[in-house]
Structures are given as structure tokens and as C-alpha cells.
Design a binder for this molecule. Structure first.
Ligand code: NAI
Length: 454
């Protein structure tokens, strides 16, 4: 059987590309070794957001007094939380399967490897079968980075150390949770387990949390979570994992923290081992598939999208890359741009940002004007957040009079940031943004407030 397109990997990049290709009439095969939906749907974005919503409901129930609401004996049942999470995942996976079927995509549940190339196309093995595709899309995603820290491998084997996958399935809430890495996964899971009662310690190598997030925003997040009771060890490098503790070096001293469970969230790496890239001369750079802005690799007819490209490891980047890929193979010119990609951390309060931060703008030599406002400038934010500490930072390009960055901490930020994405993607002028009518009262009005402060 010769396919027009073989897609390796059924995560957000792979399943969206498969659906679109099948929908456009291409004979499409999608090979996925686990569940369609990938990490995002099965062990990442969706399950973590389900857990975080339960934590938010729990926090609201416990902290209602300041809003005039008291409740007694508020209990979180971890068993029910996990069951609900599994149900949400099952429903969405079924939705993806149905959509693939609706678009006539054939799905094979096996591990694929590229065997080589014949005159007919690329040969891919999966299970005991061989398939030939005229075109190939690699969407194999990423796996957690597990550096050679002494004791870490043994910790993973014994179940003491967990990755993003196992942390979402803990039947019991650990009394003490130590998180290695204060990035996105680390902070979201620290947020959940702190809310549901664990004593949480976060060990982060850098002197700040939340990676590339604008520094004023990550400072507010750090203060909020320190106030809530999470213990942050910054500028601290983990050097060893023991059977019941994590050892780290900070300020030249060796210290350790006891733990019942350890989450290892120190980044992810592209999944290309065993793929057979060498069999077709596919160019890799430190394990990631090298692509251009149309998702083409160095081998004509072979493309890649998603985490495996090592660009920005976000499901929404994979979606857009998949669209760029499909448009290009269908003859419609489209290029991938990374300047208006929103990023969100689903802590409570949420963090969302897009475009340049002050430091990236400076590095690029942009002449920017900045406005930083308390989120309390939004009436709805003030109404719903007693003593809220949220802020919104707006950065504009002085020369072009356009918006280049928006960074927020405060709830609903995740749902508002796409508005800024439109403004940046469309290179709207500040004068034009001033004419947009925002619904009142909404938290989104903070962007309007900021723009009028310029
Ligand atoms: P990350 O790159 O966000 O954070 C890893 C952190 O670990 C960094 O701050 C790094 O300095 C620190 N680190 C590295 N080695 C260390 C060591 N030995 N000791 C202490 N700290 C160390 O990676 P993370 O959190 O694992 O997330 C992986 C990917 O998943 C990211 O690319 C992220 O974008 C994506 N993701 C996105 C989410 C969202 O959009 N809300 C949610 C969860 C994950």
C-alpha cells in the first residue's frame, strides 16, 4: 500500500496534520505507538489542567471568607480528581480518534521507524508491517530530559522520582514533594500539590523561576507562592538523589531536602532515537529535526512539526506548524513565524505572555516604551481578587508605534492573551488598538488601560 502521506506520531502536530491531509483527499496513514493525542492530551496539558481546576475549586472553597463565604470540612478527594482527569482524557482522545476516522485517516498503533527509500517513496516499518509514503511527516514529540545525576535513574526505577506522566496519577498526596526545576511543569505541579496539602520545595538552578517569563512577572509569581508556603531554593543545582532526599549545592554549600516524592521537570528533549533518521540522511541538530520555516527538512518530501523540531515545545506551536506544513504540500504559500506565540503558566494566579520581554527587546536593540499597571485597574479583577497582586506589562516599539509585548499575572490572563496575539500578529498600530471596544467590566480591559497610559 502506498500512501500520499505517512505521519509518524499522533500528538497535536501529527493528528492535526493527518486530519487536514485526509480531509484534503490525501491517502494518509498516522502511526502512533501509544494513544493518539500525544503527551498533550494524555500526560500533559489536558490532564494537568484538569487537576489544576480541582485545586482551584478547593482553594476557593477554603479561602471564601474574604468574599463572605464560609464552608466547613472542605475536603479534596484525590481519587475522584484522578478519575475525573482520566474521564476528560478518554473523552478527548475519543474525539481525536473520531475526527481522524471522519477524515479517512488510517491509524496504526505501533512504533514506527524509517527504513529507507525506494523509487516509490519512503519505507516505514511499524510492528511487523512495512508502509510506503510518498511524503513523510515526523511528529514524534519529546521526552523528559533525565540528566546523569547520581541516584536519579534508580529513583525513577523505584518510583521515588516521577516525571510529568506519573505525577498526574498519584493516588495519594505526598506529604513532602520536592520539585527539581522551577519551569512550567515544575510550577504547575508545585501549585497543584501545594493546594492539596503537600509541603512543596522547588529546587531551581537559575536565580529566578519560570524560565523566559518577563522578570517582573516571575518575581510576582515567586512572591505569591513563597507567601503561600512553597519553599524555593534558587541558584541551586541538584547533585544527587538519595532514597529519601535530594542533595543540592547552593552558595558553595551542600544541602539536602527530605521528600516522599520527587518530580523531575528540568526540560524535555526531542524524541528521535530509534527513528532511523540516518537511513535517509535526515539532518538532526542535537537530536532535533532541522526544519525551515515551511517545515521542510533537508530531505525533499520529508517534513517535521512539533516538539521534535526543538523550536518552542508547545502544543499550539505544533498546531500552527502542522497547518503551515499542510498548506505548503497543498500548494498554498505559508510560513511559520514565532514572534507572536503566547505562553501560559496555569498556576493560580495564571501567568501569560507574548512577544518581546524587556530583556529580549533590549537584546534586539529595540527602542521600547513600557507601561506596568496593577491588574486592579480592571474593575472586574478588583471585584474578584481581594488584595490581588497581579500586574500587566505592555511594551511598544517607539519607532513603529506598534505593540511588541504583553505580559500578565492574574487570573483569566490565559484567556485574554490571544487578544494581544492578534494585535502583535497583525502589527496593529497603537492608534488602531485604541479604537477597539473591550467589553466592560472584564479583566481584558487591562490591555486597553495600558495602551491609553502610553
Ligand atoms: P522548562 O524548560 O520549562 O523548565 C526546566 C527548569 O529546570 C529550568 O528553569 C531549568 O533552569 C531548571 N533546571 C534544569 N536542570 C536543573 C537541575 N539540575 N537542577 C535544578 N534545576 C534545573 O521545562 P519543563 O518544566 O520540564 O517543561 C518542559 C516543556 O513542556 C517546556 O518546553 C514547556 O514549554 C512545556 N510545557 C508547557 C506548558 C504550558 O504551556 N502551560 C505546561 C507544561 C509543559
Amino acid at each position: 500500500m502506498i500512501y500520499d502521506l505517512i505521519v509518524i506520531g499522533g500528538g497535536p502536530g501529527g493528528y492535526l496534520a493527518s486530519e487536514r491531509a485526509g480531509g484534503a483527499g490525501l491517502k494518509t496513514l498516522c502511526i502512533e505507538k501509544a494513544n493518539v493525542g500525544g503527551v498533550c492530551l494524555n500526560e500533559g496539558c489536558i490532564p494537568s489542567k484538569t487537576l489544576l481546576h480541582s485545586a482551584k475549586v478547593f482553594d476557593y472553597a477554603k479561602g471564601g471568607e474574604k468574599y463572605g463565604v464560609t464552608a466547613e470540612n472542605v475536603v479534596l478527594d484525590q481519587g475522584i480528581v484522578i478519575k475525573r482527569k482520566d474521564k476528560v482524557v478518554r473523552t478527548l482522545v475519543a474525539g481525536v480518534k473520531a475526527k481522524l476516522k471522519q477524515n479517512n485517516v488510517e491509524v496504526v498503533n505501533a512504533t514506527a521507524a524509517i527504513k529507507g527509500r525506494t523509487a516509490e517513496g519512503f519505507v516505514v516499518t511499524a510492528g511487523d508491517s512495512e508502509y510506503i509514503g510518498k511524503r513523510l511527516l515526523i511528529a514524534t514529540g519529546s521526552v523528559p530530559s533525565l540528566p546523569p545525576i547520581p541516584g536519579l535513574k534508580e529513583g525513577i526505577q523505584s518510583g521515588f522520582c516521577l516525571t510529568n506522566k506519573e505525577i498526574l496519577d498519584l493516588k495519594e498526596i505526598p506529604e513532602c514533594l520536592t520539585v527539581i526545576g522551577g519551569g512550567v511543569i515544575g510550577l504547575e505541579m508545585a501549585s497543584y500539590y501545594h493546594s492539596v496539602g503537600s509541603k512543596v520545595t522547588v529546587i531551581e538552578m537559575l536565580d529566578h523561576i519560570a524560565g523566559n517569563t518577563d522578570s517582573d512577572i516571575s518575581d510576582v509569581l515567586l512572591k505569591e507562592y513563597t507567601k503561600k508556603g512553597i519553599d524555593f531554593k534558587l541558584s541551586a543545582a541538584v547533585v544527587k538523589v538519595n532514597a529519601d532526599s535530594v542533595v543540592y549545592e547552593k552558595d558553595g554549600k551542600t544541602e539536602s531536602v527530605k521528600a516522599d516524592k520527587v518530580l523531575v521537570s528540568i526540560g524535555r528533549r526531542a524524541q528521535t532515537s530509534g527513528l532511523g533518521a540516518e537511513n535517509i540522511g535526515l539532518e538532526l541538530n542535537r537530536g532535533t529535526v532541522v526544519v525551515d520555516d515551511r517545515m521542510r527538512t533537508n530531505v525533499a518530501g520529508v517534513y517535521a512539526v512539533g516538539d521534535v523540531t526543538g523550536k518552542m515545545m508547545l502544543a499550539h506551536v505544533a498546531y500552527r506548524q502542522a497547518e503551515v506544513f499542510i498548506n505548503n504540500i497543498l500548494g498554498k504559500k505559508d510560513v511559520m513565524r514565532y514572534n507572536a506565540i503566547p505562553s501560559v503558566i496555569y498556576t493560580n494566579p495564571e501567568v501569560a505572555g507574548i512577544g518581546e520581554t524587556e530583556s529580549t527587546a533590549k537584546a534586539k536593540g529595540l527602542d521600547v516604551e513600557k507601561v506596568v499597571l496593577s491588574m486592579n485597574y480592571s474593575g472586574r479583577y478588583a471585584a474578584e481578587n481581594e488584595r490581588g497582586t497581579g500586574i500587566c506589562k505592555i511594551l511598544t516599539d517607539k519607532k513603529n508605534q506598534t505593540l511588541v509585548g504583553v505580559h500578565m499575572i492574574g487570573n483569566y490572563a490565559s484567556e485574554i492573551i490571544y487578544g494581544a496575539a492578534i494585535m502583535i500578529e497583525c502589527e496593529m498600530r497603537i492608534e488602531d488598538i485604541k479604537e477597539i471596544v473591550f467589553p466592560h467590566p472584564t479583566v481584558s480591559e487591562i490591555i486597553r488601560e495600558g495602551i491609553f497610559e502610553l
